[in-house]
Write a protein that binds this ligand. Sequence first.
Ligand code: CO8
Length: 253
Amino acid sequence: METRLERLGDGVALIRIDRPEARNALNAAVREQIAAHIQELAADEATRCVVLTGSDKVFAAGADIKAMAQASPAEMMARPDYWAVLRAFPKPLIAAVNGWALGGGCELALHADIIIAGESAKLGQPEIKVGIIPGAGGTQRLTRAVGKYKAMKMLLTGEPVTAREAEAMGLVSEVVPDAEVLDRAVALAKAIAALPAVAARKIKEVVTLGADMPLEAALALERQAFQLMFDTHDQKEGMAAFIEKRTPKFEGR
Ligand code: CO8
């Protein structure tokens, strides 16, 4: 297996990409396995938050160039869209990035809701250097995350940015020492997993869908989700606990 799924307890699962001989390049097997893990975790009641990581040297070096160098457009079109599973994943997803996150690897990180990067991490969209363009959201998610002028510079030159540059442009949530990336991501995941799960999912849904809607429609979506919270156990419990000055006991419903 090129990936591993681990249950860390406290509502957190960890997916590791482990294909060191190809710098975690995302061949069909890796993409299929990630999609299978994500699908399993989406259906798993006990999982509240997921961390996705690579190794300490590389998050992922992109799509597998060797597996597509001779491909025809029809063959590329016939490939399963494993990314659809990630796009539809309703639970918070944290990318823990050490080393290179390039091309499809950077796009994979961009599917996450929070990105924790190590100080030595480098993120980039080098597709232009091999004669293609990003194909899993690099022209769209990256531009929405950092704005046209930072995105264009990365996309048109293919040059990566450092973790600190990525942080300054809003491409990562937090930069930490390399050795602390996974621990920090898992600690954040556990903190999120301990909070009301319905609210977490609704925040993800409203932020993600709302980003592509006109403001008034997005605000209406937010209002409806906000109102729906008042039908959850965790809203009643959270507010009662605040008023009674005690620790809430959230049940994820
Ligand atoms: N695909 C296939 N093999 C790769 C890839 C890759 N993306 N990256 C590295 N490898 C292989 C190398 O070919 C080499 O294999 P071998 O030992 O057989 O020669 C091995 O991994 C080690 O690579 P390096 O010697 O280059 O390792 P370094 O540590 O010196 O460098 C780098 C690491 C900087 C990550 C370097 O390997 C690199 O630049 N890789 C290519 C990065 C790149 O161009 N990525 C973009 C690919 S295109 C893309 O992602 C399009 C996305 C489209 C949609 C997504 C669908 C999944």
